[in-house]
Design a protein around this ligand. Structure first.
Ligand code: DAS
Length: 335
């Protein structure tokens, strides 16, 4: 179903734009150089460029940060979360768009998905090419994000990410390519809508039922490292990774969350002492189910979450005070 951007008689939507930097705000020394600096253009300049598109919407910008998203931090997440809540509580605000670097956009989106109500649309967007590059995709992606953020049907679907004319749920999206504007994929679901600046087509029901936050946002995220498993790994890798501060471990395992026996034994000893151990997969499309040994080992299966998202969920679960492996498993099995 194609919809006009606004129905006749509808008032102009008011979108809050929260800028964090990334390539969408990046600049190169020339239009054809491969290397560039992310987070160069401020929100004022960016919105002035958006204005040239002539889309009928009121945009209110706020600069949260101006970084490459490899430098995303709990402090910036806190600032962003607070700004999102303020926008959601503003009766004049129709929806929120967050500009973000593409390298960690999936992690920020998932964190917000777990901790924000989405009774208004919340949409993250980035670009694969800097603002002065030939073929800049940032304005196109942003115009698409405006199309989504102004659609009442986008509310209650959880936090969304718009890239390459497609809309993804935060839970599904993952960056799968380092180049090209079609760099994102969804797993286990692909994109949940196709979008252009003037058309938006949703497919299927939202994953998320209801619009409430699942966890209370906390600034005190527990220390949860990821163990990236490879051939010929020995148990001492586990000892080197885990410190007194560690509150849980996510395993980026081989295939369906597998690991060498010695590594499994070392992790099972930690689990026996009460440290949650989550098995995920290092594969791009990895679905990790429970295996019989998980009961004895007290391990948790990450299901369809990749290691970086499995880590964020484990941080939230531990921060909420849950340490029982069966209760943690239920969080991975749930929405
Ligand atoms: N510079 C990287 C980042 O900020 C890549 C990007 O935005 O596309 O995540």
């Amino acid at each position: 179903m194609h919809l006009a951007l606004f129905a006749p008689g509808m008032s102009t939507p008011n979108i809050t734009v929260l800028a964090t930097g990334g390539t969408i705000a990046g600049e190169a020394d020339s239009a054809t150089r491969h290397d560039y600096r992310p987070g160069q253009i401020g929100i004022g300049d960016f919105l002035a460029r958006v204005e040239t598109l002539g889309i009928d919407a009121q945009l209110t910008g706020k600069q949260i940060a101006n970084i490459g998203s490899e430098d995303m931090s709990p402090a910036i997440w806190t600032h962003l979360h607070t700004a999102c809540l303020a926008a959601m509580g503003d009766p004049d605000c129709t929806g929120v768009i967050i500009t973000h670097g593409t390298d960690t956009v999936e992690e920020t989106a998932f964190l917000l998905d777990l901790t924000l109500p989405t009774h208004k649309p919340v949409v993250l967007v980035g670009a694969m090419r800097p603002a002065n590059a030939v073929g800049y995709d940032g304005l196109r992606n942003f115009a698409n994000a405006m199309r989504v953020a102004t659609d009442p049907d986008a509310a209650g679907r959880g936090v969304l990410v718009v890239m390459g004319d497609r809309v993804f749920a935060a839970r599904d999206i993952r960056k799968s390519r380092t180049r090209g504007t079609d760099a994102f994929q969804g797993f286990p679901r692909g994109s949940i809508a196709l979008v252009t600046p003037s058309a938006l087509d949703w497919f299927g029901a939202p994953w998320r039922v209801g619009a409430d936050a699942r966890f209370t946002f906390t600034t005190d995220l527990p220390d949860v490292p990821i163990l990236f498993v490879h051939a010929a790994m020995t148990a001492d890798y586990v000892e080197r990774l885990v410190s007194d501060k560690t509150r849980g471990v996510v395993v980026a395992g081989l295939g369906e969350g597998n690991m060498p026996d010695a590594v499994r034994s070392a992790l099972a000893q930690l689990a026996a002492k009460g440290l949650p151990i989550v098995r995920a997969s290092r594969l791009d499309e990895g679905l990790v189910d429970r295996e019989p040994e998980d009961n004895a080992n007290k391990f948790i299966a990450a299901r369809a979450l990749n290691p970086q998202k499995a880590r964020i969920l484990l941080q939230m679960v531990i921060a909420a005070g849950t340490t029982d492996p069966a209760a943690i498993q239920a969080e991975y099995d749930g929405r």
